[in-house]
Design a protein around this ligand. Structure first.
Ligand SMILES: O=C(O)CCC(=O)C(=O)O
Length: 266
């Protein structure tokens, strides 16, 4: 993690990293995403399915090695290790497909939904610690005016309750309604966005009718807090490195993958 990334994540609670995926990684990832979302439901392998509203594709990360590799992408791996103080675990990775037919997601965060004890953000020994964070690698361009991810920068450090009526009660449908203090993030295909679940976030309505907003929702926790939630049936598809990363482990245990600067899936 670079000093610039650490500084920005500390003050904002999120980080937008451009060009995480190379051109060939993006092409392979997009092909895998296309294949998942165009496969008829009754022909999908066990463990893969789409929600009724067509927005969430279960276990998208495990559908293809091009997607599984993103879980430990070399641009992200140092950050995953830092945030967990070298005790990382991956809990799940849904494929999110947002279209103009889907409703926007009201502003929310783990602290508001589950209480302040549920999630922590801290800095120690010159490093950031987060016990619940999400990485979104983007497969499509998002341009200003399109809609998509909203954040309230700095809200991960809030010590007061967010007044219910602030930010239009957390329901922000259009760009025109965007209140001061709320930011719309517009990543390009191949970029990644990282947020702590303590950050207040939501979405704007996706406006384009000819383009989708597709991203993986990759969720991480420290290994001693992790409750792996990937179904048993998918275990055989996964590389040993991913399985080790998903495993629950003691506070003092150092996983073999953590000893690596770069993790290659075997
Ligand atoms: O659609 C998005 O980009 C954000 C999704 C979200 O807020 C969530 O999964 O909690």
């Amino acid at each position: 993690m670079t000093p610039e990334q650490r500084y920005l994540f500390d003050i904002n609670g999120y980080l937008h990293i451009p060009n995480v995926l190379s051109d060939s990684e993006l092409v392979a990832a997009r092909a895998a995403v296309d294949r998942y979302i165009t496969t008829p439901a009754d022909q999908l392998p066990e463990g893969f399915s789409c929600s009724e509203d067509g927005k969430y594709y279960a276990n998208g990360f495990a559908f293809d090695k091009a997607l599984e590799a993103l879980v430990v992408h070399p641009c992200l791996w140092p950050i995953i290790k830092e945030f967990t103080h070298d005790r990382p675990a991956f809990s799940r990775g849904t494929l999110l497909v947002d279209s103009h037919k889907h409703k926007p997601f009201h502003l929310h965060c783990a602290r508001e939904d589950y209480g302040w004890q549920s999630t922590r953000f801290d800095t120690r020994e010159g490093r950031i610690f987060c016990d619940d964070f999400v990485i979104f690698p983007y497969f499509d361009d998002v341009f200003p005016g399109d809609g998509g991810l909203l954040v309230v920068p700095g809200s991960h450090k809030a010590t007061f309750e967010r007044p219910a009526e602030l930010f239009n009660n957390g329901i922000i449908s259009t760009q025109e309604d965007l209140p001061a203090g709320v930011t719309n993030i517009t990543p390009r295909a191949g970029d990644a966005v990282i947020i702590t679940e303590m950050l207040v976030h939501g979405t704007l309505q996706w406006n384009p009718t000819d383009r989708l907003r597709r991203t993986l929702v990759l969720r991480y926790r420290p290994q001693f807090k992790n409750q792996p939630s990937v179904p048993e049936i998918l275990q055989d598809r996964l590389s040993p490195e991913t399985k080790e990363l998903m495993s629950h482990a003691h506070y003092n245990h150092i996983k073999e993958i953590v000893k690596k600067d770069v993790v290659e899936l075997t």
